[in-house]
Design a protein around this ligand. Structure first.
Ligand code: BGC
Length: 257
């Protein structure tokens, strides 16, 4: 399927997990891809570039720390310069820290909030300025979490950032609609990625998590990528300002027995 022919997508935090799956999926649907990571290009990134170019698409890697406003702004501008245009922005990069609330330091808080919310805010701002200047439409997909909606004790900063992302998306959908820029959130539940490595290595924890998931299994990064590709595509031209859950039923589950 070539639904993204002549489209360029930037996926932040895309050397592994959900971001990598999104990059591969968008490329297999026809998009050229700008990969991004916090560190220098490593083997994982090189392998992804190979996978994407083997599909006949263009791919490049831009290193940037999206938690810093100057870096994320430069990332957007460099992404535009890479292939001469930018159509799809997937704000995927995200971090979490497991701490009791009373132990969270200012540094922990800033790390989570700056990566998950501030960087997204100003990355979108740079993208929107580009779209407005060039009179182009745009699609933005933010990787939120089921925890923009439901609690996650010991992850207070993480929940705060994702809750903020929910309101950012709702707000921007209205403000950017006149420019034909759509903004949506994707909210994964428990997905098998490096962020959940510890969880998946602990059978007791896993049992507790799976009890909360009606489909009784972890999701795969590809499950999330399919939804991202749909929201980025023209099948979703009437969709903006909402959150779409990909969580095996986790968010709205209830069982008595
Ligand atoms: C978190 C995971 C967690 C999942 C379900 C995600 O947002 O990153 O650590 O397992 O939500 O609670």
């Amino acid at each position: 399927m070539n639904r993204f022919e002549n489209k360029v997508a930037l996926v932040t935090g895309s050397t592994q997990g959900i971001g990598a799956a999104c990059a591969i999926r968008l490329a297999s649907d026809g998009a050229d891809i700008i990969l991004n990571g916090h560190s220098e290009l490593d083997e994982r990134g090189e392998e992804l570039i190979k996978q994407i170019t083997d599909m006949g698409r263009r791919a490049t890697y831009l290193q940037a720390d999206v938690s810093k406003v100057t870096d994320v702004t430069k990332l957007i501008n460099d992404a535009v310069a890479s292939f001469g245009q930018l159509d799809i922005l997937v704000n995927n990069a995200g971090v979490e820290k497991n701490h009791d609330f009373w132990d969270v330091t200012e540094e922990d808080y800033d790390f989570v909030m700056d990566t998950n919310l501030k960087g997204v805010f100003f990355g979108i701002q740079a993208f929107v300025k580009y779209c407005m200047k060039e009179k182009r439409s745009g699609v933005i997909i933010n990787m939120s979490s089921v925890h923009e909606e439901i609690v996650f004790p010991h992850f207070a900063a993480y929940c705060t950032s994702k809750g903020g992302l929910k309101m950012l998306t709702r707000n921007l959908a209205t403000e950017l609609a006149p420019f034909n820029i759509r903004v949506n959130n994707v909210a994964p539940g428990a997905i098998s990625t490096p962020i959940n490595k510890k969880l998946e290595e602990d059978p007791e924890l896993m049992e507790n998590v799976l009890k909360n998931i009606p489909l009784r299994k972890m999701g795969k990064p590809e499950d999330v990528a399919g939804l991202v590709a749909f929201l980025a595509s023209d099948d979703a031209t009437y969709i903006t300002g909402s959150t779409y859950f990909v969580d095996g039923g986790l968010t709205y589950h209830y069982e008595e027995q």
